[in-house]
Design a protein around this ligand. Sequence first.
Ligand SMILES: [Zn+2]
Length: 155
Amino acid sequence: MSTVDSSVRCPQCGRWACQTFDCKVSSWDIGCNHCGYSHYMGPTYTSDGQLKEKWIDEVLPGYGVIAIQSPGPLAVVTILRCSSEQEFVRCLAHFDQIREPYLWAQVTKWNAERRENEIVRSYLEDGHTAPNLYPCDEEEASEEDFNNNEEGDAP
Ligand SMILES: [Zn+2]
């Protein structure tokens, strides 16, 4: 299975989100690690992972994101995008019960009124560097640099 990944502006919060096209099943999705927004167009699957013929076009609003990086050689980052307050509260309760050590964790919540992502919880193990969940934000900075250079070179 191969996928094509790129970046797109999140329709909800305006930050960079991940966009993935799965070549095998022709599904497409956007997932925002800032606010939790997601949009999926593609086939549905049975609970045991079998492909169904039914296709869906589903938009889930972002309510919040819980991200945790576990220790170990792979330092896997788990990201939970929550689309409702109920789901967010349930995931946050699980997060608060974690007793295993982890390297890094961040919980953000979308504030629709102020139209910004707020950091609810944040943890970084001493001596560890936080993973970059938002690689495209660096591209955004590069775009700004590029634009600034262009302006500088203009007559
Ligand atoms: Zn977003």
